[in-house]
Ligand binder design. Structure first.
Ligand code: SF4
Length: 262
């Protein structure tokens, strides 16, 4: 037995079944879920994930086309002119630290991996600037190795759903990984992060316009009135999300549709 929310007791089997229903509902709600960092290789994804720390994916995607053209290989980062690299990535914030990480990443790849990004978690996490979360993003999206990405959205949502009471990302990764089939891990992560960015926001979740309302013990954390909740939906599919939740899409303001999902 686990306590999924105050006053709510649920068997482990019940929790697993509810989690799987949540997984299916997310698949229907977010058919467009994908890695939102633009990339065409494992190296580009590694660089983009380093730049995404404390920065929106949208901003990273504005910077990377020029960066990837100027630095196509690990050797280019290893031998980069620091001032030039700093200038290119400055809009992503913390650009001095990030420049450090990119140069050191290039050097480590040249010294230890023939200039290639390795496809194993154990190797990835030893690289400068690459933590476990980033390593799982790279594995799942560049190597097709299933990985669970416990970022701030993932952590918040699985806790709100009462699927875990853990706060340590590695423990969360293992607990959620035990509930869902391995082959689903990467897409599940994308869908949860999509839901966190578009519906279940940190401050004001759109409970009244959420397709998971009946499965979520935290329903009511945000506004439950459809008109108030619809205003909180974000992203190009905000109106479709409203319809899926049984809410009049006309209640979704135009700016919500073009709003950047943080
Ligand atoms: S019902 Fe509310 S708290 Fe639960 S997932 Fe939906 S938006 Fe988040």
């Amino acid at each position: 037995m686990t306590i999924s929310s105050p006053g709510r007791v649920e068997t482990d089997l019940g929790r697993t079944r509810r989690a799987r229903r949540i997984g299916r509902a997310l698949t229907e709600a977010h058919p467009d879920a994908h890695c939102e960092l633009d990339h065409s290789s494992a190296l580009e994804l590694a660089v983009a994930t380093i730049l995404s720390a404390q920065c929106t994916d949208k901003k990273v995607n504005e910077v990377t086309p020029k960066l990837f053209t100027r630095y196509p290989t690990a050797a280019d980062y290893a031998g980069a002119d620091r001032a030039e690299l700093e200038e290119l990535i400055r809009p992503t914030g913390f650009y001095r630290n990030k420049t450090d990480s990119l140069i050191k990443l290039g050097q480590a790849l040249i010294e230890r991996h023939d200039g290639r990004v390795p496809g194993r978690l154990a190797d990835l996490v030893t690289l400068p600037g690459i933590g476990r979360k980033t390593a799982n993003v790279i594995l799942g999206n560049a190597f097709d190795v299933p990985g669970i990405t416990v970022d701030t959205h993932f952590q918040r949502l699985v806790q709100r759903w009462g699927l875990t009471i853990q706060t340590d990302p590695v423990k969360i990764e293992h607990e959620i990984g035990a509930i869902f089939p391995k082959r689903e891990w990467t897409m599940l992560s994308h869908r949860i992060i999509f839901h966190g960015r578009r519906v279940c926001h940190a401050r004001k979740p759109a409970c009244g316009a959420c397709t998971l309302a009946r499965l979520c013990p935290s329903y009511g954390l945000g506004p439950t009135e459809p008109a108030a909740a619809a205003k909180l939906l974000k992203g190009p599919r905000a109106r479709e999300l409203a319809v899926a939740a049984g809410v009049d899409p006309e209640l979704v303001p135009a700016q919500a549709v073009v709003a950047e999902a943080p």
